[in-house]
Write a protein that binds this ligand. Sequence first.
Ligand SMILES: Cc1cc2nc3c(=O)[nH]c(=O)nc-3n(C[C@H](O)[C@H](O)[C@H](O)COP(=O)(O)OP(=O)(O)OC[C@H]3O[C@@H](n4cnc5c(N)ncnc54)[C@H](O)[C@@H]3O)c2cc1C
Length: 633
Amino acid sequence: MKQNALSKVAVAGLFAVAAVLGAMPGCSTKSVSGTFTGTAQGNGGEVSVTLTIKDNVITDATATGDKETKGIGDKALEKLPTEMVAGNTITVDTVSGSTITSNAVLAAAKAALDKSGLKASDLKSAAATAEVAQDVTETADVVVVGAGGAGMTAAIVATDAGKKVIVVESQDVAGGNSVRSTGGMNAAKTSYQDENKFDESAGVEKTLKSAEKYADNADVKALTETVKQQWADYQANPTGYFDSVELMELDTMIGGYAKNDFSLVKTLAENSAPAIDWLASIGAKLTSVGQFGGASVKRIHRPLNADGKVASVGAYVVPILEKNCTDRGIEIMYDTTANKVLMKDGKAVGIEAAGKSGNKITINAKSVVMATGGFGANNDMVVAQNHPELKGYITTNAAGAQGQGITMAQASDVNAATVDMDQIQLHPTVHVDADKNAHLITEGLRGDGAILVNAEGKRFTDEVGTRDVVSAAENKQTGGYAWLIIDQSMVDASAVIQGYINSGYTVTGSDAASLAKEMNVDASALSATIETWNKAVEAKSDTEFNRTSFNHQLTGNLYALTVQPGIHHTMGGLKINTNTEVINTSGSVIGGLFAAGEVTGGVHGANRLGGNAVADFTVFGRIAGQAAADYAK
Ligand SMILES: Cc1cc2nc3c(=O)[nH]c(=O)nc-3n(C[C@H](O)[C@H](O)[C@H](O)COP(=O)(O)OP(=O)(O)OC[C@H]3O[C@@H](n4cnc5c(N)ncnc54)[C@H](O)[C@@H]3O)c2cc1C
């Protein structure tokens, strides 16, 4: 990995200069050497940092914290100490998506330094020795831009097809939005679904009714007829769990207001179960199936942790993708931001990028896979898509979601077309913590039985409706927020919820009245709401908001946390065909340029269903890897 090699050169230079300065009389008031350990409270428990200091230079740093979130928190434990040594400083950037653990590492390092008797300013400045790295030119069969889910999936598949692959990643860690994904991955007709009891007749009936609204859409009409027949056949002979590829297509089309590119939806659904099997083949097993908003039946696939509890899909899958890249010797160049697609005779032949120190990195390749994710973290770009109302909105997205892949491919010599750029999804359950950081609260909680109440302690919507509808309903409530209410049985079953509690997002009470006190809402109103809801669960009939997924009554200790809508997904992006080839503004394929994942548009139409984006990056990442490898022959 070239970037790492260069930074080690800079560190060696730093020590040489520091050693000389340390030997010079009058350069430092005191010289300290030794090993010092400090601790601080992390996400799940204590984080500890040990600094080894020699003549005021940090020669080694380690951080431990075995309760931190796997796949996210452990990045901070790994990265920050490395950067402390590289820069001879305890003031380093936090890792995107891992604020709590990062801050704990910084605080523990400060405590360790305090024990040494040194101040941060006593550490020799690394800035003086900072080197601008050399320009680099490399050659590969396939260059992949972005080390998120789509990029790493494509890289693995292209490597398995015998090609030399290089991945560039603008951030100092892999994972993008993918590592943040909590809920799971949609797939239809998997063996894991059959392990569930079918109790979702009302969901199927509701979908068939909703489909009537799109009777003028030939694809939806044909799908509806097919699903009606499948449903009648199942009812006549109910074996296994009811789902079908066509029902997933129908849900996705209805969820997207039939604005989706149906050919892409078909590709997504048909390849979803094989994608679950492919993930299992590389070590990622998504065995637990649940229900999510907009899906007629239980279709979202999730991992279970060692205790048998549902865990976050991204934090589980991304490290496995990374390991598969490492095992195959795939080079991932971190801190390397692609800024140009190289074109020759109208075809993509590589990329140009900037390294951390601004050096130019050129990668000549036979094909390019654009996998840079969406633009949810680029508020200017969101607002520019005719969304002035979203100015300054909070976002759930990772820092790298800047839309650079879209902009690069729109350059005049590439001339890629885009679709649905104005389709921006708000997520209704984003929690803002005490430090004003936004955290997505997984939709699975509502599928698994949680309800939403407003500041008056009353339900106001079908909680498992599509994200846009629930977000719009929330925006109309007092203060534009809601409380998400969960119970003890849900806490016991989910490591994800336990993480929310450990992070201090929740308030709790032994019953509705005591919870109401903690929430500062009217106790009799909340008690009545929960009583009415529990009766609806028993009757399997929600006469207030027509919710059809009930799960269980809310009993025992109750927990609540505030949620509000935040920018979550950008449905629009580069126009592709079912082979992930990027299409230009004249409707022709751009030779050598492929795209997969959130950088593309068309799959989700006007609204993405929860669980369909992980399916998107796996299905289309696999296709892009194979197609780019085939093109590179
Ligand atoms: C909080 C959260 C929770 C979610 N939960 C779910 C869920 O449960 N189920 C589901 O289906 N979907 C979920 N999603 C959506 C889903 O995670 C994303 O849509 C999907 O992971 C996108 O994958 P990707 O590979 O296309 O992009 P990303 O994972 O975002 O990867 C893109 C990568 O490209 C890098 N990059 C960007 N620009 C450049 C450049 N110029 N040069 C080099 N690298 C660049 C980025 O840094 C990033 O690492 C969630 C999203 C968020 C934000």
